[in-house]
Design a binder for this molecule. Structure first.
Ligand code: C2E
Ligand code: CA
Ligand code: CA
Length: 276
């Protein structure tokens, strides 16, 4: 009955609120602990579509629970955003990413780091970035890419465009994440001085057998190229999709076909092996 369904729905809601509160508590504890242990930053390869050669990596944060299990960002990044803890979390991820980029500087071109709208709006964000870059003078800032989503433009009191211009003046590159999933992608392209578009998995996966997806991808690649931007396709799981993207002129791709996000030690091994 309708009454029954209502009750089930409410129970699910309660679980989810409960989970949110639990996530918040875990995150607070993780931030107060040894962050390298409690909030490990993993890396997923970004490769050349043609050869599979690793050129970059996306840094993706995880949480390690007391029992050693690993919790994905989907379970705590939203709570981090809501509470503002994303600012500390993001700083930690940036520090770890730069540390590893320094370590891998001879074997890896760049590291891409996700930056949430809230972090971007923070007045201290640009000074933090400048300090971190100054602390690593051997690293060319263009080897750091900041991935931002369209929601950064919405409901923000700061002038996002201006902030991004300032970041670009530091030499850091900007990527538009999840491109194509928002409702104002073209406005976004027009207004934001980005260097890279990341084509969302939703229209990358299965593209080789879907003529509509393929047309959309080709058009977006053309658009990116005309605007002087490079493109990275996300969510490549099948060889046929790799081939289709390569034929369409997409040079860089990322996805389970080449590797899931992995701990730094494992990623290190991967890049050593791929050099041989
Ligand atoms: P995202 O930035 O779009 O990251 C890509 C997500 O897609 C990652 O999930 C990655 O593991 C997954 N993925 C990559 N290739 C494939 C594939 O071939 N197939 C499938 N099915 N999935 C693939 P993950 O690591 O769970 O991260 C989820 C989201 O959490 C990220 O989405 C990002 O929005 C957020 N996130 C992760 N780390 C951070 C961080 O340090 N800061 C912020 N602000 N957000 C983060
Ligand atoms: Ca991303
Ligand atoms: Ca993405």
């Amino acid at each position: 009955s309708g009454g029954n369904r209502m009750r089930i729905f409410n129970e699910q809601m309660r679980v989810s609120v409960h989970e949110r509160i639990a996530a918040e508590k875990l995150l607070r504890e993780a931030l107060a602990g040894d962050r390298e242990q409690t909030l490990p930053v993993w890396f997923q390869p970004i490769v050349r579509a043609e050869s599979g050669e690793i050129v970059g990596a996306e840094a993706l944060v995880r949480m390690r629970a007391a029992d050693g299990s690993i919790i994905g960002p989907g379970h705590f990044v939203p709570a981090a955003e809501e509470t503002g803890m994303i600012v500390q979390l993001g700083e930690h991820v940036l520090i770890m990413a730069l540390r590893h980029l320094m370590e891998w500087r001879h074997d890896l071109g760049y590291i891409s780091v996700n930056v949430s709208p809230r972090q971007l709006a923070e007045p201290d964000f640009v000074p933090l970035l400048a300090d971190l870059l100054a602390a690593n003078p051997e690293l060319d800032p263009k080897r750091l890419v900041l991935e931002i989503t369209e929601t950064a433009l919405l409901g923000s009191s700061v002038d996002v465009r201006e902030r991004l211009e300032t970041i670009k003046r530091l030499g850091v590159r900007i990527a538009l994440d999840d491109f194509g999933t928002g409702y104002s992608s073209l406005t976004w392209l027009q207004n934001v001085p980005a260097d890279v578009v990341k084509l969302d998995r939703s229209f990358v996966a299965g593209l080789s057998s879907d003529a509509r997806k393929s047309s959309i991808i080709q058009a977006v690649l053309w658009l990116a190229k005309s605007l002087g931007m490079s493109a990275v396709a996300e969510g490549v799981e099948e060889e046929a999709d790799r081939q289709a993207l390569h034929s369409a002129g997409c040079e860089l791709i990322q996805g389970y076909l080449f590797g899931k996000p992995m701990p730094p030690a494992e990623f290190s091994e991967r890049i050593q092996r791929s050099r041989m």
